[in-house]
Design a protein. Structure first.
Length: 261
């Protein structure tokens, strides 16, 4: 399913989108399938499935630990695409990874593998918009959305280029620093939502962990929320992880739904 189609469906229902991140292979590929299914049951609209990389510079301690568990469990790009290809979902899937893995596999091959396994979008946190030309060309050729991040410190000139290049949704970084759950929503987040003027859906991530925060973000004008560390924390706990993932997803989905209701 295309990301734009999902956001259009939600817009008709006057709902915000819930986007969930987990790391593929944390702690095993089979567990990943179970956890993805639980998130879908809980109401997640889009899933970001991380392809683990040994130097995840944009991620905080929680997600770094999940990536380490996945790598220790033997996750590789080949196993990643095999795992993703075995999923049978009715919602969009997005791969989030770092450029070194894409470059090593070969840009066109990576994009074609995404298409073959049912992935609709790619997020590459360490690839500047000024250097996306070749990868963007393959994404356009094979109809895959290349998704970009915008931070509170992004200049107007860079933002203009990001908004011109970005497809699927624009990933708004809620605060400076790395990923990780927080207890509050910063004023800078609300300002950033207002500052980013685009017809492409805006989804806010970095720090959201409960339904109240999710509702605040949608109420401030975002089209979606992205939650990662709160889900990865549950996976790290191990016991009844699937049930807890579904319950948190349900709470978050109620938040993004109520904010537009």
């Amino acid at each position: 399913m295309k990301i734009a189609d999902k956001f259009n469906d939600l817009k008709k229902k006057k709902e915000g989108a819930l986007i969930a991140y987990i790391c593929a292979g944390d702690p095993t590929p089979e567990a990943t399938k179970e956890y993805v299914t639980a998130l879908v049951r809980g109401g997640v609209d889009v899933i970001e499935l991380g392809l683990p990389f040994s130097d995840p510079v944009a991620d905080g301690p929680t997600i770094q630990a999940g990536i380490e568990r996945a790598l220790n469990g033997g996750m590789t790009p080949d196993i990643y695409f095999k795992t993703v290809g075995s999923l049978r979902l009715h919602i969009p899937l997005v791969v989030m990874t770092y450029y070194n893995l894409i470059f090593k596999r070969g840009l066109e091959k990576f994009v074609k593998d995404c298409v073959a396994s049912g992935i609709s979008g790619i997020i590459v946190p360490d690839l500047p918009v000024e250097e996306v030309g070749e990868l963007a060309g393959f994404c356009n050729q094979y109809d895959i959305d290349l998704i970009f991040l915008v931070a509170p410190t992004t200049t107007e000139s860079r933002m203009k280029r990001i908004l011109a290049e970005g497809r699927g949704f624009i990933y708004l970084v809620a605060r400076l620093g790395v990923t990780g759950a927080r207890s509050d929503i910063a004023n800078s987040t609300r300002e950033l939502i207002k500052r980013v003027k685009t017809t492409t859906p805006k989804a806010v991530g970095f720090g959201i962990s409960n339904g109240r925060q999710a509702a605040e973000i949608i109420g401030a004008g975002a089209d979606g929320v992205i939650v990662g560390s709160a889900f990865v924390d549950i996976i790290a706990g191990g016991k009844d992880a699937a049930g807890k993932l579904e319950a948190l997803a349900r709470e978050l989905k109620e938040g993004v739904r109520d904010a537009r209701g």
